[in-house]
Design a protein around this ligand. Structure first.
Ligand code: NAD
Ligand code: MG
Length: 335
């Protein structure tokens, strides 16, 4: 893609500039009389506007649920960039929708931070899922693949049981899987489609959370992926937006129940992020071309740009954050 090439050139030019600036700023410093030895590599400043491909993006369509490996440009889930520092050493995580997109970025980051990770996904996504399993194992952690449909209550219960059995416990639950189908009119939404959206985005969290609470210890963390759609719904996402508002209420209510029990519940609210969900019916084709172009950062976000938020919300270090929604929307949307 022409646009991408020029972006890449600008990116490289900026990287060079960033190195010079960063060398001045991030040399070892004396803080409170103690010498702080950081990474020997100086941090490279990155301009978030030019960091990733900008619109226009090529039109593309895949059958649901879509594969990250077939997207153009390929999404960045942090495969080459995420560096861990032991923040989740020995933790045990279950991530729904961990095969691709935002869930894959969280899975890679968790493994590199020292956690064992189970991922759930639909059987049609085996190819994407196997790439993630390999990456978790390359990080030296245990990886568990549990394909299955979370619109099925019994499967949700089995998913948690299998995770606990294979990881030897569970202390991070990431409810991230989601179904989004664009419809320009409420009149076009069939009962079946409405039901699939509600079951995937609301019921599954209810079933999986109830099953997980039988196992989650004090200090555990639950994270739900909500959306800017919860706050400012698009006309074409009438049913989906309602489920994402429900996810905010899930976080706000459940955190009040579980706070006294020592379990934190938080949410992540992404804006437009370059993932399969958007190219397999989640978005109108004309909107896809300029996806994220109307945000102050003028482009779609990449899954890798959200990974550290999922780490922060799971980490013991974030222990006073519960009932919160952390946003990453390129400067648009809420919260
Ligand atoms: P994605 O397509 O990579 O991930 C969604 C995943 O949901 C799929 O990989 C699939 O494994 C899973 N899934 C869907 N239906 C399922 C079912 N019935 N059973 C089991 N798994 C099922 O896309 P993504 O954008 O990374 O989506 C992750 C979350 O982010 C979703 O909750 C979505 O609503 C939310 N979100 C995405 C955006 C965005 O712009 N991409 C913006 C805001 C919120
Ligand atoms: Mg997927």
């Amino acid at each position: 893609m022409k646009q991408e090439t020029s972006n890449m050139n600008r990116r490289n030019a900026l990287k060079g500039l960033g190195t010079t600036v960063a060398t001045l700023v991030v040399a070892p410093t004396i803080a409170g009389g103690t010498k702080v030895e950081g990474d020997s590599q100086p941090a490279v400043l990155e301009n978030p506007v030019n960091k990733y491909p900008q619109p226009p993006y090529p039109k593309q369509k895949q059958p649901h649920p879509g594969l990250a490996s077939k997207m153009d440009p390929l999404p960045d889930h942090g495969e080459k960039s995420y560096k861990g520092s032991g923040r989740l050493q020995g933790r045990k995580a279950l991530i729904t929708g961990g095969d691709s997109g935002i869930g894959r970025a969280a899975a890679i980051a968790y493994a590199r931070e020292g956690a064992d990770v189970a991922i759930n996904y639909l059987p049609a996504e085996e190819e994407d899922a196997q790439q993630v399993i390999k990456l978790i194992e390359q990080a030296g952690r245990k990886a568990v693949a549990i394909p299955g449909d979370i619109t099925d209550k019994e499967f949700c219960q089995k998913l948690v049981e299998k995770t606990v059995a294979q990881l030897g416990g569970l202390d991070i639950l990431v409810n991230n899987a989601g179904y989004q189908k664009s419809n320009l009119s409420i009149m076009d939404i069939s009962d079946e489609s409405f039901d699939a959206t509600m079951k995937t985005n609301i019921y599954a969290l209810f079933w999986i959370t109830k099953a997980a609470l039988l196992h989650l210890p004090e200090g555990a963390s639950i994270i739900a992926t909500t959306s800017v759609q919860a706050y400012d719904p698009s006309e074409n996402l009438f049913d989906y937006a309602q489920t994402k508002a429900a996810n905010v209420a899930y976080v706000k209510s459940l955190s009040k129940q579980l706070g006294p029990k020592g379990i934190r519940v938080n949410g992540v609210s992404p804006g437009p992020v370059w993932t399969p969900l958007q190219v397999c019916g989640g978005q109108e084709q004309d909107k896809l071309e300029n996806f994220g172009g109307d945000t102050p950062l003028q482009r779609a976000g990449q899954p890798a740009e959200l990974a550290s938020i999922f780490v922060q919300l799971a980490d013991n270090g974030g222990s006073y954050a519960t009932g919160q929604i952390y946003g990453a929307a390129g400067g648009g949307g809420h919260p």
